[in-house]
Write a protein of this length. Structure first.
Length: 127
């Protein structure tokens, strides 16, 4: 099974199985609070974000086909947010404010993709 299919299927199960509430993301000056459809809550400090990608799939429009992907310090698996999650309208403002050097040209390319692809928007520079 492809990475893209795993992400899509996993989120669909989280959203559709034992739905506790509508998934959402909220932003503060220091981070984001995510509530998944299964009720699981995550708090992520911006300082722990190492990389931000957008993953697109060929599964739309019948399944989620655009994913925000946040890689965190010390975590093996990234945190995925589907396009359309409640609160998503604030993501671009948050990215611009907290992640200098964000590649918005690549973001535009990602939004036009209907293929299985990964678009890197930002990566922490060591130094």
């Amino acid at each position: 099974m492809s990475l893209f299919k795993k992400i899509s299927d996993g989120w669909q199960r989280a959203v559709n199985g034992n739905v506790a509430r509508e998934p959402d993301v909220k932003f503060t000056d220091g981070g984001m609070h995510i509530t998944q459809g299964n009720g699981r809550e995550l708090d992520i400090a911006f300082s722990t974000v190492e990389q931000i990608d957008i993953i697109t799939t060929d599964q739309g429009p019948w399944q989620e086909d655009v994913w925000w992907c946040f890689y965190l310090t010390g975590e093996e698996k990234p945190v995925y947010l589907p396009q359309g999650i409640k609160g998503e309208d604030q993501i671009l403002l948050m990215l611009e404010k907290h992640f200098a050097g964000m590649d918005f040209q690549t973001f535009i390319m990602a939004m036009g993709s209907a293929e299985n692809a990964v678009f890197n928007l930002w990566r922490r520079v060591e130094g």
